[in-house]
Design a protein around this ligand. Structure first.
Ligand SMILES: *Cc1c(COP(=O)(O)O)cnc(C)c1O
Length: 958
């Protein structure tokens, strides 16, 4: 019997991206369903997602588009952007990404699909890259210690303000803000200061010393480009007890005296112009440096040097006990995802160019600015900065800005009859000549101006005298071959998703498809300045508008705010909207924030930043929110109840059935429901935060919507809001953020850029366009299937801690290691390290329950990969059984000594009770794709006790 040939529609459906995004094919899905005892996918979902919250209909989204079609459609949008030479400045400058970094880091899944380096033994590559970044920041700022990036310059300034309050001995609640600060920085400071209860005092740096403040933010070079030595101002401020932060520019600091040399306590800024495209606002890595004495008060992650079990140097994230995972509402900051990929790129830019190359680049930028200034002066046009690095302040108004725009240059219109011109690395002599022609109406003699500029030193007395970037790493890799090999060497030390699944519970590390990534490096997105005239960004705004609309449909909200550039920032933007809403109704007193005990550390850390008081709600023995306790606490705090922060499905990996009731209780007491959307991957197409009863929720686009984690950032955390909260969402001083033409309501900003890290939004756009409503729903169903398959196959070896009423988990499952620990002393950490020997990255360790691991396989892992992972964990369980049986001593076995390295293999003195083969090739298939950890188990305690967060000194290499 012959089967009829398939119809065209069937063939087209089989050829969709969906099949390549989902791990298991239909036959494998059937096998997995049989293995877990479910009759069909629909039956499994019915057993998992409570019927009361199931969406009545499929998502009304466009049909799936094939990969090339989606790319072609996005290309049409991209072409609607108009690319000008962008000399607007304000923290965003034209730069040249070295192609060796573009292709081998930014476009390389070996770098961009990695996770935050919690498993340090398999992350030594990016840890070294981040240490380079820290060293570069230390050298250029002249301070002692730097962190491994923050989200953007404006939030870094806000973190500096909060840190100043932590370390200042002054009792003042006033914070001084230099009028030379960027307007978007001030915008974010205003938002943050309000909820911290700080009063901002504005003035010129010269007036700063006379103020009584706990801290101050100065900026150097200033927003108009003027450069002045701030030493006296800083000394005066410090004499009155203020902690002084200086916002600055790394490229300027290549030439200029450093903030550290001027006495600053903190230096911060953006590393964008070290090779990172402007990207309509981001992502870029902010930097943050301070004095060693303040290390425990510093926000963000810090990479430190420690040693491994063989006594060799090894890197890790240091002093993590300062962070929100441990300190919760007492944490320094709510920062979780930051900007690792971009910090790596900026650090590599310095590695590649070296001190001499950077001096050439900075010198060239300065010379072009000087030529332009002299040319303007010669033509009788006043240039108002007495001293400048790259940015001129010119006494010409809007007409000149318009003429320049006509000639292809975007300049900054200050709106007071003056304009700003910021020279970038891309700017050429021909550009300067063209600008002089436009602005003065006369041709200029560039060679003559150059000679004049060379003879006149506008930076006299301001140049730095100290050597920078003297470490070998900045003086070795200047040829492309050397650089390529250095990048590969580091990449080889890191286990990313291009090697194996990273089943990080709560972090949703799914496929980052190549088609999704390709548009990120299109110049139409990369070369847009965030403050360029909106009509030049029509394509980008249309793309953002479509994506916002799709996200509204998916989440069931009425509006989306694209500004927050991480989940934690989304939490902040959401809580701020809630506080503003209450205040608008005369209920500003509502400052109680209920948070279940199982919540992620960012929740309480954020609530504190929003000026709220955290009240913890208990969970019951099944892991669900204890509804009786919630009721009692909501009643107790009824008059002041601000909101509940609820993660759904809960971090315990189940869909709580009482979720609607929970929302209703909070609403009945006048509170709002904030939903932490980190687990949205279990909801899309089946239910939705807005449908369940949430008022506002963030979406981690770097979890659910396919933006890669980049080794710890970038990310995007837009929020969806119900109509009543929409008027209170963040906007921006410099750019309208609403739908075309809508004027901002003056709410203030939470990020430096109007749409956060806009240039990675095409990833999520592509993801949704290619999957369509049908594919998105299948993705969610498959994620739930994969998690239940893992849970069901491992249940006999490691108890699954929480399941729903019908015995199912959601999209992730918690495996309990505590019984093993009690019986053998083997810990969750030992299992995490042993997994490295099998070629796997550990799942989430000890969150949300200490002594457990949380596995989230996601929909894009194939059955074969899941089976290998399961087999590895079962094999490890059998190793533990040998310890239980006394075959191996509790302190001398492959788990306690994991991970194993090539040094172990060649160790002539090997005397362990297991073979080197058992150590390194524990299962037959391991050898086929062996990943070698580059160091042995790292000593965490040693690293925290012997703090060292810089590159080894040059002597160490001799
Ligand atoms: C990831 C996560 C966050 C924080 O999101 P970031 O983007 O890292 O700031 C908050 N809550 C939960 C449950 C998470 O998993």
């Amino acid at each position: 019997m012959t089967t009829p040939a398939p119809r065209l529609a069937d063939l087209e459906q089989q050829d969709e991206f969906i099949a390549r995004h989902l791990g298991p094919c239909p036959a494998e899905q059937a096998a997995m369903l049989a293995a877990i005892g479910a009759g069909s996918l629909d039956e499994l979902i019915a057993q998992t997602v409570p019927v009361a919250i199931r969406l009545p209909a499929d998502l009304p989204l466009p049909a799936p588009r094939r990969e090339h079609q989606a790319l072609a459609d996005l290309q049409v949008l991209a072409r609607k952007n108009q690319l000008q030479k962008n000399l607007i400045g304000l923290g965003y400058y034209e730069t040249l990404t070295p192609k060796v970094i573009l292709r081998n880091v930014m476009e390389n899944p070996g770098w961009y699909t990695a996770y935050t380096p919690y498993q340090a033994e398999i992350a030594q590559g990016r840890l070294e890259a981040l240490l380079n970044f820290q060293q570069m920041v230390i050298d250029l700022t002249g301070l002692e210690l730097a962190n491994a990036s923050l989200l953007d310059e404006a939030t870094a300034a806000a973190e500096a303000m909060a840190m100043a309050r932590r370390v200042s001995k002054s009792s003042s609640m006033r914070f001084f803000v230099d009028q030379a600060c960027f307007p978007q920085t001030v915008d974010v400071l205003k938002t943050r200061a309000g909820y911290f209860g700080f009063e901002l005092v504005y003035g010129s740096a010269a007036e700063a010393g006379a103020q009584e403040c706990f801290g101050a933010l100065l900026q150097y070079p200033g927003e108009t480009g003027q450069v002045d030595d701030l030493s006296a101002t800083i000394a005066a401020l410090k004499a009155s007890g203020a902690v002084v932060a200086v916002a600055t520019d790394l490229m300027a600091l290549v030439l200029l005296k450093s903030p550290g040399a001027m006495g600053a306590d903190i230096a911060l800024g953006s590393s964008q112009r070290f090779g990172i495209p402007m990207g309509f606002g981001g992502p870029h890595a902010a930097f943050f440096a301070t004095r060693e004495a303040h290390v425990r008060s510093m926000p963000g992650r810090i990479i430190g040097v420690s040693r491994d079990a063989r006594g060799n140097r090894a890197l890790r994230m240091t002093l993590q006990t300062r962070e929100q995972h441990i300190r919760r509402e007492k944490a320094n900051s709510n920062i979780c995802t930051s900007q690792v990929l971009l910090a790596n790129m900026a650090g590599m830019y310095a590695v590649y160019h070296g001190p001499q190359g950077l001096k050439t680049i900075a010198g060239r930028i300065h010379r072009l600015a000087a030529i332009l200034a002299l040319g303007l002066e010669a033509a009788g046009v006043r240039q108002l900065n007495s001293r400048y690095f790259d940015t001129l302040h010119v006494a010409l108004g809007s007409a000149a800005v318009a003429a320049a725009q006509e000639a292809g240059f975007n300049l900054r219109d200050l709106g007071d009859g003056t304009l700003g011109i910021a020279i970038g690395e891309k700017t050429t002599g021909a550009d300067v000549a063209a600008l002089l022609q436009v602005l003065t109406g006369k041709p200029a003699d560039l060679a003559a101006l150059d000679a004049q500029a060379a003879a006149r030193d506008v930076l006299a007395g301001l140049l730095r005298q100290d050597a920078i970037l003297t470490h070998p790493v900045f003086n070795t890799h200047h040829t492309e071959h050397e650089m390529l090999r250095y990048l590969k060497q580091l990449q080889n030390r890191d286990l990313a998703m291009d090697h194996a699944m990273i089943s990080l519970g709560s972090c949703t590390m799914k496929l980052n498809a190549t088609s999704e990534m390709i548009p990120v490096t299109w110049p139409e997105f990369g070369d847009l300045h965030p403050f360029a005239p909106v009509e030049q960004a029509r394509g980008c705004l249309e793309m953002i508008g479509q994506l916002s609309g799709w996200l509204q449909t998916i989440t069931g909200f009425d509006a989306v705010c694209m500004q927050p550039n991480s989940g934690a920032q989304g939490e902040y933007a959401g809580l701020v909207a809630i506080r503003r809403y209450h205040a608008s109704r005369g209920e500003a007193r509502r400052n109680i924030c209920l948070i279940p005990r199982s919540a992620h550390g960012t929740n309480p850390a954020t609530a504190q930043m929003a000026g709220m008081q955290v009240v913890v709600v208990e969970c019951d023995e099944n892991g669900n929110v204890d509804v009786a306790d919630l009721k009692a606490k909501a009643e107790q705090h009824s008059a002041n109840l601000g909101c509940l922060m609820l993660t759904y499905p809960s971090t315990h990996g189940v869909f709580e059935e009482a979720v609607r009731e929970i929302c209703a209780i909070v609403h009945a007491h006048g509170g709002q429901v904030y939903m932490d959307g980190a687990n949205l991957n279990a909801q899309v197409g089946l239910t939705a935060p807005g449908y369940i009863g949430a008022d506002v929720s963030h979406m981690n686009l770097h979890k659910t919507f396919a933006i890669p984690h980049g080794g710890g950032g970038p990310g995007m955390g837009p929020i969806g809001l119900k109509a009543h909260l929409a008027p209170f969402m963040a906007d921006h001083v410099l750019q309208a953020t609403g739908p075309a033409g809508r004027v901002n309501a003056g709410q203030g900003a939470v990020s430096a850029a109007p749409f956060g890290s806009a240039s990675i939004l095409p990833i999520s756009w592509m993801y949704i366009a290619m999957l369509g409503g049908r594919g998105l729903k299948q993705a969610t169903q498959t994620a739930i299937l994969n998690a239940n398959y893992v849970a069901s196959r491992l249940q006999a070896h490691y108890p699954v801690l929480y399941v729903g009423s019908q015995g199912r988990v959601a999209h992730e499952c918690i495996l309990d290691i505590r019984p093993v620990k009690a019986a053998t002393g083997i810990t969750e950490t030992d299992i995490a390290k042993r997994l490295m020997d099998y070629g796997f990255h550990a799942p989430t360790v000890s969150f949300p329950v200490a002594g457990t691991i949380m596995v989230e396989p996601t929909e894009s892992e194939s059955k074969a990969e899941l089976d290998r992972f399961i087999e590895a964990l079962i094999s490890i369980r059998n190793e533990i059984r040998k310890i239980e049986a006394g075959e191996w001593p509790a302190d001398n076995n492959p788990l306690k000594h994991a991970p194993h390295t090539q040094k172990d293999v060649v160790d002539a003195g090997w005397s362990r009770p297991y073979s080197r083969e058992e150590a390194c090739f524990p299962l037959p298939w391991v050898a086929e794709n062996k990943f070698w950890p580059s160091v042995n188990r790292i000593d965490d305690v040693y690293g925290d006790r012997n703090l060292c967060c810089a590159c080894p000194p040059p002597e160490a290499y001799r």
